[in-house]
Design a protein around this ligand. Structure first.
Ligand code: C5P
Length: 232
């Protein structure tokens, strides 16, 4: 799979999402469906968007005992999404169980990536609440290595970490990176950001872009700008 721009469709309803996607008459964007939309609409929203010809990243970040995650992933495998994810903090056994559950009878499966540390977790939370004394960068490295050794395809990380992840997990290990902003845009609540062109240079494999596209005056133009800067 080549580089691509994934639009984070963080809308509260299927209706709003489909209305938004109706604008895209040319290239069909890769779409990220998160918990809000999936819990509001259920699996049917995945089928509807898939039937319109979009690739789908189902961002549900599973984290439970290996058996439960295995069973949940085998249900999700029937939805024909292109990418899904889990929390690496669930451990290697859980990640291996997830991969097994996600693999369809014909051997095919969606791309499976792991969240290392959420970007909302800072060093103080790690140390004071989770009682993890190891520095953040080292935990991210170890979690990414655990994901790789469990057979996963990549991790969600900041574009600022993409180069390091490729350094220790190899060039083929995918980096899927949110935190993307245009230089002339609003950064909102994201703290560490890169432009699409910088993310490309840093080696990101997929950029996940939400508000710079969804809240733009002309979302199609904003998407095309991302594609031009990141993919072309
Ligand atoms: O609107 P924005 O471009 O900030 O959207 C980024 C998307 O990526 C959102 O759906 C957000 O939940 C997700 N995300 C993130 N940082 C992470 C993991 C996921 O921003 N570490």
């Amino acid at each position: 799979m080549g580089k691509d721009v994934i639009i984070a469709c963080d809308f509260s309803s299927g209706e709003k999402t489909l209305e938004f996607l109706d604008r895209f008459k040319g290239r069909k964007p890769f779409v990220k469906i998160g918990m809000e939309l999936y819990y509001a609409e259920g699996p049917s929203i995945v089928e509807k968007i898939k039937n319109r010809g979009h690739k789908i990243f189902l961002d549900l970040k599973l984290h439970d005992i290996p058996n439960t995650v295995n069973k949940a992933m085998s249900v999700l495998s029937r939805l024909d999404v292109d990418m899904t994810n889990l929390h690496a903090s669930g451990g290697s056994q859980m990640m291996k169980a997830a991969l097994e559950g996600l693999t369809r009878p014909d051997g095919s499966r969606p791309i499976l990536i792991a969240v290392t540390q959420l970007t909302s977790t800072d060093s103080a939370t790690l140390r004071d609440e989770l009682l993890i004394e190891t520095p953040m960068a080292e935990t991210v490295k170890r979690y990414a290595e655990n994901a790789k050794n469990s057979g996963l395809d990549g991790v969600v990380c900041s574009p600022l970490e993409a180069e390091a992840v490729h350094g220790y997990c190899g060039a083929k290990f995918l980096t899927v990176t949110p935190g993307v902003r245009f230089t002339d845009g609003d950064i909102g609540d994201q703290k560490r950001v890169m432009t699409p062109a910088e993310a490309k240079k840093a080696g990101s494999d997929y950029i996940v872009v939400g508000r710079p596209i969804t809240a733009a005056e002309d979302p199609v133009a904003a998407y095309e700008r991302c594609v031009k800067d990141f993919v072309d």
